[in-house]
Design a binder for this molecule. Structure first.
Ligand code: MN
Length: 495
C-alpha cells in the first residue's frame, strides 16, 4: 500500500507553529524551494488569514511556479478561504474540529452546525476552483461513525481529499492501522496527520499508509506543535530502506534541507536525531569504528551519502587505534606502530578526562611525539573589537601570514562575528575556508567563567575541528578559529 505515497509537507505551517519559531517571508521561500527540489507533492505554505506578512509569504511562493501544489490552511470560514484565494494557492487544507470535546468546549456549537459549516466551506472553495483537502481536527477522539457522516457530506459537496488528524498524538501503531483502515473505504484519497507526543508519529503514519491512507503529512526535522509532527526524513527513509519501496523523493537532499530548516527556525537538532542528527553516522567506539572502516554495513543501516550526510569518527574514550591511524594518514604523516601506540595512549588519556579530542589536539600530540616543531602559518599580532548598543560591531586585526603582514577589518552581528570576519578576510587569498559550526560552553558559572569554544571548519571536502578555552569569549573564539586555520594550512603544506 505504500507504493503511491504522496507527501504533504507542513514545515511552513504546523512546523512554524512550533513555540518560539517565526519564519520570515524570504526564509519561507528558501524552504519552499528546497522542499520542491526534494520532490514533495504538496507544500502547506502557511495559513493565509494569520497576517498580511503571512499572505505576502504565501504569495511569494505561489509566484514561483513550483512543481508542488501550494496549499494554505483555512478554517471553514469565507474570510479564510477568500484570503487564501487572494494568495493564488492551488488548494486549501480546510480544518474542522470533529471531536465532542473540541465542538463543545472550543467551538461551543452543535455537531450539526459544524457539519453545515464544513459543507458550506467546501462548496464555497470548490466554486472558486480550489482543490480542497478536508481535515478533521482531533479525529482520533471522534467516533468513526461521526467522522464518516461528516466526510460523506463533504465528499458530496466536492472535497478532493480527506484527512484525519491525530492532533495530540494518541494513536498506537495498532490503533492507527484499524482507524485509517475504517476510513479508507470512503471513495477519496485519505491523508494521515500524526503528532509525536509519544514518539510514535512516524510509526503511526506508516501503519496508516499500510491500512490505505495515500498521503502523509510531514515536517522536516519533525518540527511542529509540542513534540512535533511525523518527520519527513525518517518516514521516507524507513519506507525506502526498511520496506524497500522507492518514493521518488530526492533523499540525498535531506541533510541540507534539515540544516536549512534548523538554521532558519533556530531549533537545534538533538545530536542523536535519526537520519539527520550530528551523530546519525558518527562512530566513537573502537569496535564500531574499526568495523565501519572495514565494511560500513557492520554498524550503519544506510550509507550517509544516501541522505547527503557524512560519516564521522569521533575521538573519545572508546576510540580505537585504527581510527587514529586513519586520521593521521589523512594528513599525509607517516608514523611507526610504536609511535602510533604512544599517540593512542595520549589521546586516551585526554579523552578519559572527558575532553573531546579535536583534530587540532590530535595534530599537536602527533607533532609532539614525532618531534615536529610546527610553525604556524597564520599568527595573530593584535586585534581590536568595538561593540555597543549604538555602533556596528567592528573588528580590526593585524596578522602575519607566511611571514607577510596583513591588516584587515570586518563587521558582524557582534564582536565575535566581526573578529572572525576580519581574520577570514585576511586569509581569503590563501585558502577558502568556511566556518561550518561554532559552539560555546561556559565551563564554570558566573560571568568570569572559562569559555570553551569549539569550531568546525570546512576546507575543500575536509572538515576539521579545533577548540580553545579562555576566560575571554572573543579571544577563545579567535584562537579556536586560528588553530583550525593553521591545521588546514599545515595539511596543505604537507600534501
Ligand atoms: Mn497538526
Amino acid at each position: 500500500m505504500l507504493e503511491n505515497l504522496k507527501i504533504l509537507d507542513t514545515t511552513l505551517r504546523d512546523g512554524e507553529q512550533t513555540p518560539g519559531v517565526l519564519i520570515t517571508s524570504d526564509e519561507k521561500l528558501k524552504i519552499a524551494l528546497k522542499l520542491d527540489e526534494l520532490g514533495v507533492n504538496v507544500i502547506e505554505a502557511g495559513s493565509a488569514i494569520t497576517s498580511k506578512d503571512e499572505q505576502k509569504s504565501i504569495k511569494t511562493i505561489t509566484e514561483n511556479n513550483l512543481n508542488a501544489e501550494i496549499c494554505s490552511f483555512a478554517r471553514p470560514m469565507k474570510i479564510d478561504i477568500d484570503t487564501a484565494i487572494d494568495c493564488d494557492v492551488d488548494s486549501i487544507h480546510l480544518v474542522i474540529p470533529s471531536s465532542d470535546l473540541h465542538i463543545e468546549y472550543k467551538l461551543r456549537k452543535t455537531r450539526q452546525e459544524v457539519e453545515q459549516m464544513a459543507v458550506s466551506a467546501t462548496e464555497y472553495a470548490k466554486s472558486h476552483g480550489l482543490i480542497v483537502e478536508l481535515s478533521t481536527e482531533d479525529a482520533t477522539r471522534t467516533s468513526t461513525d461521526d467522522l464518516k457522516h461528516l466526510y460523506t457530506q463533504c465528499i458530496d459537496a466536492g472535497c478532493d481529499r480527506i484527512c484525519a488528524c491525530d492532533t495530540i498524538g494518541l494513536l498506537t501503531p495498532e490503533r492507527s492501522y484499524e482507524f485509517y483502515k475504517e476510513l479508507s473505504t470512503l471513495n477519496v484519497p485519505l491523508s494521515v496527520h500524526c503528532h509525536n507526543d509519544f514518539g510514535l508519529a512516524v510509526a503511526n503514519t506508516i501503519q496508516a499508509l499500510r491500512a490505505g491512507a495515500t498521503q502523509a503529512h510531514t515536517t522536516i526535522n519533525g518540527i511542529g506543535e509540542r513534540a512535533g509532527n511525523a518527520s519527513c526524513e525518517e518516514l521516507i527513509m524507513a519506507i525506502e530502506s526498511l520496506y524497500n519501496i522507492q518514493t521518488g523523493i530526492k533523499t540525498e537532499l535531506f541533510y541540507e534541507t534539515s540544516q536549512l530548516v534548523e538554521r532558519i527556525t533556530g531549533l537545534n537538532l538533538q545530536a542523536n536525531k535519526a537520519i539527520v542528527g550530528a551523530n546519525a553516522f558518527a562512530h566513537e567506539s573502537g569496535i564500531h569504528s574499526d568495523g565501519v572502516l572495514k565494511k560500513t554495513e557492520t554498524y550503519e543501516p544506510i550509507k550517509p551519502e544516501k541522505v547527503g550526510h557524512r560519516r564521522r569518527f569521533v575521538l573519545g574514550k572508546h576510540v580505537g587505534k585504527h581510527v587514529i591511524s586513519e586520521k593521521i594518514k589523512e594528513t599525509n604523516t607517516e608514523v611507526t606502530p610504536e609511535e602510533l601506540n604512544r599517540i593512542f595512549e595520549r589521546v586516551k588519556a585526554l579523552s578519559d578526562m572527558g575532553k573531546t579530542v579535536t583534530d587540532v589536539d590530535l595534530q599537536a600530540i602527533t607533532d609532539d611525539i614525532l618531534h615536529i616543531n610546527p610553525e604556524d602559518s597564520l599568527v595573530l599580532q593584535e586585534y581590536t573589537t568595538v561593540s555597543g548598543n549604538k555602533v556596528i560591531p567592528t573588528a580590526s586585526v593585524r596578522v602575519n601570514i607566511n611571514n607577510t603582514e596583513r591588516i584587515e577589518a570586518g563587521v558582524g552581528v557582534g564582536p565575535v562575528d566581526a573578529a572572525i570576519e576580519a581574520i577570514r578576510k585576511s586569509i581569503k587569498d590563501t585558502a577558502d575556508i568556511t566556518l561550518e559550526e561554532y559552539h560555546v560552553d561556559a565551563i564554570t558559572g558566573g560571568t568570569d567563567a572559562l569559555i570553551d569554544v569549539l569550531v568546525k571548519l570546512k576546507y575543500e571536502d575536509k572538515q576539521i575541528t579545533a577548540r580553545s578555552t579562555q576566560p575571554d569569549i572573543i579571544m577563545a573564539s579567535v584562537e579556536a578559529y586560528l588553530k583550525g586555520v593553521n591545521k588546514i594550512l599545515s595539511d596543505k603544506k604537507r600534501s
